[in-house]
Design a protein around this ligand. Structure first.
Ligand code: IP8
Length: 240
């Protein structure tokens, strides 16, 4: 939903299309989660929020939290335009971390909103860490924390799936981990403080213990809708 190479660039057209695909699909109850993109990562890097606390950490925490809420608002406004009633759940307020790992998540709040017919929209955020004081909660951490409530987790990316030796694999299994340098080409210049693709795949492997787990290219029209409706589409299923 953002151009990671350009700070604060929200891709309205793509976000709208993806929302429409979700709306048109047969899925009725779902949670949406988004990451930091070019709203969260540049500030998190500038203030080194994933590292030791410094005297500018409080400033960074406050600024990056605000940037993330701005991004989330953009999405929620689009959802309202489509009549998709949603509520915003900042990752930092429903989680605690220990040494950078998710320690606790409030699943009840997601369940309660679902039970009144609104879509919870969680997002990556700056969070409290009981050992490090502060850390970054990624969107993937939230999916991991919620996976036991779900039948299916779909990761929407800007690539067709997971590459191994230059080719997309239909099913990625645990023994194919980790990805090597050339397995997963990323675009240059993108800032990502939460570990890039290997970290994502490692979390996807853990998520796949609880529910069917896929990664699909959101830049290609129709693919998200198809995967939600269990139709065949270019993508990778992750299985542990
Ligand atoms: O993009 C990171 O979330 P991610 C959130 O899912 C921040 O790793 C605040 C950078």
């Amino acid at each position: 939903m953002t151009d990671k190479e350009k700070s604060y660039s929200f891709r309205t057209r793509i976000a709208k299309r993806l929302l429409k695909e979700i709306d048109k699909s047969s899925i009725e109850r779902y949670v949406l989660i988004h990451g930091g993109g070019s709203f969260g990562h540049p500030g998190a890097k500038k203030y080194a929020l994933n590292e030791e606390q410094t005297e500018s950490s409080a400033e960074g925490l406050s600024k990056v939290q605000l940037d993330m809420r701005r991004m989330n608002n953009r999405l929620l406004e689009l959802m309202q335009d489509e009549g998709m009633w949603a509520v915003s759940i900042p990752g930092g307020l429903v989680t605690t971390f220990k040494k950078g790992e998710l320690d606790n998540i409030n699943r009840e709040i997601f369940k309660k909103y679902l039970s009144v017919g609104v879509t919870p929209v969680g997002f990556g955020d700056v969070a409290i860490d009981t050992e490090k004081k502060l850390t970054i909660c990624s969107g993937d951490d939230l999916v991991l924390g919620l996976s036991r409530l779900a039948d299916k987790a779909v990761f929407v990316s800007d690539v067709d799936g997971i590459y191994k030796h230059g080719k997309i694999v239909q099913t990625f299994e645990g023994d194919m981990f980790p990805l090597e340098k050339d397995d997963f080409p990323r675009k240059n210049g993108a800032v990502d403080v939460t570990g890039g693709m290997n970290k994502k795949v490692e979390k996807m492997l853990r998520i796949s213990k609880d529910c069917d787990t896929y990664i699909v290219n959101g830049e290609e029209s129709g693919r998200l809708r198809k995967i939600l409706d269990d139709e065949e589409v270019l993508s990778t299923e992750v299985r542990s």
